[in-house]
Design a binder for this molecule. Sequence first.
Ligand SMILES: [Zn+2]
Length: 459
Amino acid sequence: MPRPAACLPALARGALLACLTLASSCVAASQDLAAPTPEALARAWSEEHVPLPPAPLVTHALVEAQVARLVRESGGLVASEVLGESVEGRRIHHLTIGRGSKAVLLWSQMHGDEPTATSALFDLGHWLVRHRSEPVVARLLDTLTLHVVPMLNPDGAERYQRRNAQGIDINRDALHLQTPEGRLLKALRDRVEPVIGFNLHNQNWRTSVGTPPQPAAISLLAVAYDEARSEDARRQLTKRACAVIVEALQPFAAGRIGRYDDAFEVRAFGDNITKWGTGVVLIETGPWPGPDPDRALVQMNFVAIVTALDAIASGRVMQADPDTYERLPENDGNLFHTIVRGGTVLAGTGVAPFLADVGLAGSRVVRQGPGGRTLQWQGSIADLGDLRVYGALESIDATGAFVSPAYSSAVAGAEVTIPAGTAAGATPKVQIGAPARLWILRGTSTPGRYRLERVVELR
Ligand SMILES: [Zn+2]
């Protein structure tokens, strides 16, 4: 089987980039192997992924167990070390996978409440181990050495919060280096001198892309290294890697892939790691509809990362068209979780009924209860009026119906009355900031009585 290893004997980073850039003969030979298709990777993920809880419920303890399991089952392919400790003394793990001369750095959960890629990285590790003898995977393992930090901010993850235990946003600490987590990331980069890095995050559930607005399932950024957003070999490579990812995700998320703002952020790790010599691809996982969004989002992360790594290993990345990335629409914030459209609002505030769309928005929170961690939506009424220019994970047509606050725990099909004179007191209302629980009602032949068609709440 043709292997690219011959072109890469212990070259310096610059020469490695040149090897990628010049599409040398060894790279051309390795391209004879067909790349895995996104559909085949998605299928493999469905059949083989690690059965973890929904991504927000994956704890540091689970990450530690998964690190140990992956190393144990890898037959020597995966090694792990403890990079160091978080502020509160939690171990930060570094996995090394592969034997190639090109180092690739992937880090996830630098923000504690941005967990999707953490699960995908374990799926990547197990997939590589399981398929190691297949030519495409062998090529990847012979060409690349992956350096994986699955959870950089375990203290934040424990609290399901963005910041670390000092209250610092690690991704704004690349210059001051006052966080132990940030120092460990920089030290690892400096030690392994990766040819490319993948900075893996989640973006909030209001993030939209395109017109009309769609959920921005994945947003990509070939990270800038200066104010002028200059382009050099590093950035050409990351733009091409982003293009590869866009193509890979078309079967699953066409119209739902956006480009993240590429303004230079002087304090951020992606920007500084690029400046220090390693081009960085930022993958931001966003909103997805349905009752089990994590499944689709982890799967897409897996497909995106495997495809990008294969393209880098084969050299195929250099054939990707950067315009495929450049042409992506930029992200926006025009998404609601739910919009109830076209109903007559019985607001409960004392005002006369009026026609309005009602937009519900919120975020997912992790609660620590007696039975363990649970994942819940926390949201409110975020907008009222003509919301036709906005998108939603779910749009509900309430044309000809009434929309009121949910006054009780009545269920769909029940006959209900609306309390009179509710302008004062603690009764629920349809107003900005009020809890995201609504009734959709149809009038009945009895004045003042309604049939409860649907209870709407974030879930
Ligand atoms: Zn983030």
